[in-house]
Design a protein around this ligand. Sequence first.
Ligand code: PHE
Length: 363
Amino acid sequence: MAPDPRVQQIRDRALADIAAARSTADLEQIRIRVLGRSGELTARLRSLGAIPAAERPQVGQAANRAKAELEEQIQARLQALRVEERSRQREAGRVDLTLPGRVTPAGAVHPITRVQDEIIAIFEGLGFSVAEGPEVESDYYNFAALNFPDDHPARDMQDTFHLSPDTLLRTHTSPVQIRTMKAQPPPVRVICPGKVYRRDADITHSPMFHQVEGLAIDRNISMGDLRGTLDLFAREMFGSRSRIRFRPSFFPFTEPSAEVDVLCFLCGGGGCRVCKQDGWLEILGSGMVHPDVLRNVGYDPEEVMGWAFGMGVERVAMLKYGIDDIRLFFENDLRFLGQFAPLTLPPHPSLSPAGRGTRMRRR
Ligand code: PHE
C-alpha cells in the first residue's frame, strides 16, 4: 500500500528520467525539478502541515526515503555519465594514425651548386685548396698578367663587359690564379671556383656562368701529372669507365696548351646525338703555365713550373645530367629544379629507373 500516491508518482517518474538521462546536464535538470528549492518533492515535504496529523509521519517518512533514494540514484547516474562523456571526448579528439601525412616540399641544392661542390670535393681530395677573388677585375689581372697581348680579340668590347676602360667583369677565374701566386711562394695547389661573365647568349652560352680553374706549381711538375689528375677527375665525375683525350690548342697563358675531351657518356665513343657523332665531348682547357706568366707574378721559370686548367660548371652539369639548354639553370622552374631534389623516401620499387632519370627538355 502506497503511503502517499503523490510521493510515489514523483519518485517513479524521477527514477525513469534519471535512467533515461543522456548527459550530466539532463541530470541536473531532473535534480532541480524534483529536489531543488521549489522542486516537486521539496514542495511535497513543505506541504506536510496541510496533511491530517495522523498521516503526517508516514507521508513524511516516505517523502524523506524517496528523497534519499533519488539523491543516491542521481549520484550513481552522474558517475556513469561522466565516464561516458570523457570517453566520448577522447574518441572525438583521437588522432587517426592511418591518415596519410602532409608532405612538406623539400628544397634542393641547385644543380650548378651541386656540381661545383662535387668538382671542389674531387680536387680537395687531391690536396688542392679553394681560392676566390673579385668578380669585378682590372684589365691587368684578367688579361695583361695572363700574357694577353694588348690587341687580343678577347679584350674586345664585343666579348667582355667593361665597367670602365680598365675595369671589367672577369671573363674567367684565371685572375684568381695570378692573385694567389702573387700572394704566396711556390708550391701552389689551388682551385678557383666562381662566376664569370661574357657577352654571349644562346642555348649553350649564358652571359654569366660558373668556372672552376685549377693551378699546380712546383719543381719538376709535368704535363703527365696534369693528364693523370684530369683522368682521375673524369672517372670521379662521369664514372669509372670514363676516358679523356688531349687535343692541341692555344691560350696566351699556357704553352703548350691542350683542350681536353671526355669519352661520350651516352654512346661510349661510338657516336651519337649528344656528341654529334664524334664520340668525344670537350670539357675543359688546360696547359703548362707560360714562363711569362710565372715571371709576371715573381716566380722564376728556371726554378718552378706548373699547369693550369679551366672548366665551365654548367657544361659539366649539362654533360653529366644530359641537359640540352643552359638557360634551364637560370629560369628557376621548379619542375626542372625539383628533379635534383634529394629523395626524402626511397623510390617505390614499382617506379621504373628509366622514368626517374628522364630530365626535362626545353621545347
Ligand atoms: N681561362 C680559360 C678559359 O676561361 C681556361 C683555361 C684555364 C685554359 C687554364 C687553360 C688553362 O677559357
